[in-house]
Design a protein around this ligand. Structure first.
Ligand SMILES: Nc1ncnc2c1ncn2[C@@H]1O[C@H](COP(=O)(O)OP(=O)(O)O)[C@@H](O)[C@H]1O
Ligand SMILES: [Mg+2]
Length: 266
């Protein structure tokens, strides 16, 4: 695997308001290896995706798309490279004032390289791929949560990216919606797209990914396969896989603290 076929981070540090989100974080998404980054809410998963896309600048360390280091470069210098990557944001991030079709075709239309007829053909093809072509002329407000996610995926597919990032694609969906998204991810992978997902949904992660990165306290504490993760002796990994009394104990302590506080201030 050559470096031109990967998206990487080297020793990235990123803090917000003095709080370390990532510290000396190394990461590599190789083309053809579908990966999930696991971690609790607030661990910094979305931050990693934004750093890999160049939407955030690290305070230290470097990010590479292929051979090109994008850290410190003006966006105009890596905009072409970034077209190899698409992201499906957690909420879908659809434009409410545009129809589904306009949302999916928006980028292609903005680029101005294709005719309207060609864009319409691509939009329909992508909507058919995700199974929501009947929603072509609807507005996002008229769609269910699962349909919105699928439209967001169709939009990501419009530019035929090599890599697609999925930010918590199954959060808030019912079991059928979760199944649909996992199935879609598998079909994309079979077609040659490399997926990077961030989630805390283990079941989804295990059916859609080859390798796993576990983020804990600003660091990568584990990297490996599902079997390696399940066999890991690291307590933080085991705690994540099978939350025990200890995590419930934390919640209980929190409840106690609130009860005491309420009693004291009543
Ligand atoms: N723009 C921001 N301003 C302040 N804090 C932020 C901002 N973005 C993220 N954070 C904080 O950074 C941490 C990591 O956020 P995020 O990457 O969204 O976590 P995750 O996606 O794992 O839930 C969180 O604690 C969040 O509160
Ligand atoms: Mg997030």
């Amino acid at each position: 695997m050559t470096s031109s076929n990967s998206i990487r981070m080297e020793k990235v540090c990123y803090s917000v308001g003095g709080r370390k989100i990532l510290e000396d974080f190394d990461f590599c998404l190789e083309r053809g290896v579908n990966r999930t980054i696991l971690g609790v809410s607030g661990a910094g998963k979305t931050t990693i995706l934004k750093l890999l896309l160049g939407l955030l600048e690290p305070q230290a360390g470097r990010v590479f798309i292929g051979d090109q280091c994008i850290t410190g470069l003006p966006e105009s210098r890596y905009v072409e490279l970034r077209k190899r990557i698409a992201i499906v944001f957690q909420g879908g991030a659809l434009f409410d004032s545009m129809t589904v079709g306009e949302n999916v075709g928006y980028r292609l239309f903005e680029e101005g390289r294709l005719s309207i007829g060609e864009i319409e053909r691509i939009v329909l093809e992508k909507l058919q791929f995700v199974g929501v072509e009947q929603a072509l002329d609807l507005y996002p407000s008229e769609l269910s949560g699962g349909m919105k996610k699928r439209v967001a995926i169709a939009r990501a597919l419009a530019a035929n990216p090599d890599y697609i990032f999925f930010d918590e694609p199954t959060t808030g969906l019912d079991p059928i919606g979760v199944y649909n998204i996992c199935h879609l991810m598998q079909r994309l992978q079979a077609g040659g797209t490399t997926t990077l997902m961030v989630t805390h949904d283990l079941a989804t992660a295990f059916v859609t990914s080859d390798r796993f990165t576990f983020l804990h306290k600003a660091r990568q504490v584990f990297e490996g396969t599902e079997a390696e993760m399940k066999a890991s002796a690291l307590p933080e990994v085991q705690e994540f896989l099978q939350p025990t009394d200890r995590s419930l104990f934390v919640l209980h302590a929190e409840k106690e603290r609130k009860t005491t506080w309420n009693a004291a201030t009543r």
